[in-house]
Write a protein of this length. Structure first.
Length: 418
């Protein structure tokens, strides 16, 4: 099968490149030009060790870039994924549309499904993810087919030992609040001071000026400088995670997929739980893993290894259970017979104006069309008014349900809108 992956941001590019470099398929990577597209350095790191053909294209070149593909892997943030699926889906015969998420996806969100509902197959990386996404899709009335694939970063068989670095896998929006990020930064300083003979390495995804999948407002180098008194053994690294783990004694994170990559390579892990365990922190998946530990454990370097009972259900299933290539192949055969059914998705309300708005939301200033600019001028105040109306309804509705507090209702919604 010829599978062309379309991706833009660093995490999706890394994931897509790993997935379509499988030697059983003819894979290719297309990087779509969006405001958050990867830099050349990030792209080089993502495809290192593969022989993938890589192209950068603008949105007006996308249909030509995937021409002749049996399947297209739609590997992008929600609004961009929807734009890519709609654009590629106009081809006749259209390719099979495969999509997925690049890391830990527990708990599932309906928006992840909603933005990708025009795709034929949704790839997930653990038995638990498939099970929970199937339940959510049924609850929301979204007809979606799911498949299982080993997380590309969890297939390392070479165990490492002898490292002395504590590697902290930083995340752009976890935790999100500035005060919480300052708290984590202080833990890193305390850890470095506790043992000046061993390094604490703050592993960052992007250099200053490079984009990440999520916009980061409080970067750890800035927070560390603000606190002051940073020990010499607390350093920042932009090396690929695989390289950083080679010299690691252990890895610390809140919820990064790097925890899975580390565990796969035999590196012990701490999933810091001082800020709690919640959907917003994307760390609920670590409950029962044996990896959730406190700041005191970080300072003392008391790392953990995943509980055997947790592993098989969470990212460490037998690779022979993977179904994504088989499922994709079946859909490609249907396509060849002319039997690939069109996706049953809700009609776009607003017609071409709404389509122009969605394109502008996906591409930002990379969409230079007059219709995109007009849609932004007209749509922005409308969106603000609709958002205000939703907030008003959200506060009024609990009055009719005295047993549910406003805070509890916000907690339920928080699961839907990360």
């Amino acid at each position: 099968m010829r599978i062309v992956a379309v991706a833009d941001t660093d995490s999706y590019v890394k994931w897509a490149a790993a997935l379509v470099s499988d030697p059983r398929i003819d894979g290719e990577l297309v990087v779509l030009d969006t405001e958050l597209a990867v830099s050349d350095a990030q792209l080089a790191a993502a495809v290192s060790g593969t022989d993938l053909s890589v192209r950068r294209v603008g949105h007006d070149q996308l249909e030509r870039a995937v021409a002749g593909a049996d399947a297209v892997l739609v590997a992008a943030r929600g609004p961009v994924a929807r734009f890519v699926a709609r654009t590629v889906g106009r081809a006749r015969p259209r390719p099979v549309l495969v999509t997925g998420l690049p890391g830990i996806s527990i708990p599932p969100t309906w928006l992840a499904l909603h933005f990708r509902r025009e795709c034929d197959l949704f790839v997930l990386h653990s038995r638990r993810e498939v099970r929970e996404f199937e339940l959510l899709a049924a609850e929301r009335g979204i007809d979606q087919r799911f498949a299982l694939a080993t997380l590309p970063f969890a297939n390392s068989a070479d165990e490492r030992d002898g490292g002395t670095d504590l590697v902290f896998a930083a995340q752009a929006i976890v935790p999100r609040e500035r005060r919480d990020r300052l708290r984590v930064a202080q833990v890193l300083i305390d850890t470095a001071r506790a043992d000046p003979s061993r390094r604490v390495v703050v592993k960052l995804r992007g250099r200053p000026g490079e984009h990440e999948t999520h916009r980061e407002t409080d970067r750890y180098p800035d927070l560390l400088a603000e606190i002051g008194g940073v020990p010499a053994n607390l350093v920042v690294s932009y090396a690929p995670m695989r390289e950083a783990l080679r010299s690691a004694e252990g890895l610390v994170t809140v919820s990064s997929t790097a925890a899975i990559e580390a565990a796969a390579g035999g590196v012990p892990v701490i999933a810091l739980d001082d800020l709690g365990v919640s959907p917003d922190l994307i760390n609920m998946v670590f409950a029962g893993s044996g990896l959730l530990r406190s700041a005191d454990d970080v300072v003392a370097r008391r790392f953990g290894r995943p509980a055997p009972a947790w592993l098989a259900d969470n990212y460490f299933h037998d690779p022979r259970e993977d179904t994504w290539l088989r499922e994709t192949g079946e859909l490609v055969k249907r396509r060849a017979r002319g039997a690939l059914a069109p996706r049953d998705v809700p009609r776009i309300v607003g017609g071409r104006g709404r389509e122009a708005w969605d394109r502008r939301q996906a591409l930002g200033r990379r969409d230079r069309s007059a219709t995109g600019r007009l849609a932004t001028i007209v749509g922005t105040p409308i969106r603000a008014m609709l958002g205000l109306a939703r907030r008003v309804r959200r506060w009024i509705r609990p009055a009719a349900h005295p047993g549910i507090s406003p805070g509890a209702r916000r907690g339920v919604r928080a699961r839907d809108t990360p």
